[in-house]
Design a protein around this ligand. Sequence first.
Ligand SMILES: Nc1ncnc2c1ncn2[C@@H]1O[C@H](COP(=O)(O)OP(=O)(O)O)[C@@H](O)[C@H]1O
Ligand SMILES: [Mg+2]
Length: 329
Amino acid sequence: MNFLFLSLIIFICILLFSFVVLGVRYKKLKNTFRNHKNVLRNILKTVNSVRYGNLFERVNDDAMKVLPNFGQSINSMIDAISDREDMIKEYQADLNKKIEALKEVEQLKEDFVATLTHDLKVPIMAEKNLLAFLLDNKFGDLNEKQKEAVVLLKNSNQELVELVEIILETYKLNETEIVLSKEPVCVKDLIEETIIEMKPISDSDDININFDFSSEKDAGIDKFYIKRVLKNLILNAISFSEPGSNIDISLSNDENYVYINITNYGKSIKPEEIEHIFDKYYTTAKKFRKVGTGLGLYLSDKIIKAHSGKIDIESQKDTKTTFTVVLPV
Ligand SMILES: Nc1ncnc2c1ncn2[C@@H]1O[C@H](COP(=O)(O)OP(=O)(O)O)[C@@H](O)[C@H]1O
Ligand SMILES: [Mg+2]
């Protein structure tokens, strides 16, 4: 009996002791778990902070004591990212310097071309006036052969005048914002006037320009700039026409817009080329042994956009190309 009682007491003691030991262990484990949770939260905060660009953040000493290897890896990773970022900044600074240098060279080149063109304009205009005097017989009568020769000179002089003006206008628009002086202009009259001015050039390629209009509406436009666009488009139509062919120009309007169509017959524009033809310096003129700067459509597009209009193109393979200028009235 005594033995049984003693065994029971010993069993209860062992049980109580076990409970105490387990309780202490549990508390320790709970503390360790809480500690680790805090450390992980701290590391996550560091990682997030780095993610949002703070590369000065590091895993702190308390966290390093609990998870030294993990903390060290994270800190090394942040060091590496920081080094890369410094490298990228250096590359970027270097690249910016190179871009600036390129821009300077480009500016110098444009300044040079503009100065040269500006200086060329003076003798070309003097030549134009002289040729007009000659044709008016102001220096005495010309015989037929002489007259033919002077007409040819006048035609090529007019082409030079247009080329020089396209270059100078483009240069001017690069330097300053386009300032329009709009007024009500009869578009039909403006087109007729332009066709007459382009006649020496179309005549020299034996090209006939037809003009058909169903509108005599005024549009609020800058006459000088829109004439520049019309000349550019007609000049292109002449350049890319079959010699001896026609150019058809038509004018119409609806309530809100006037539509100017310029159609020429001959080499078309390939679909993959269309997206580039308004780019600065894009030209295929050399391919066809023509003079081209690649500035005409670039300039025209700028002018028409400044008028809140647009230029549409439709080109049918090896048959015809139509440029449509759409201008708000
Ligand atoms: N009417 C047209 N027919 C065929 N191609 C054209 C026509 N107008 C323009 N293009 C194409 O668009 C290019 C760019 O025209 P543009 O800017 O006026 O430059 P450029 O006339 O000096 O070549 C031309 O070189 C040509 O390839
Ligand atoms: Mg052109």
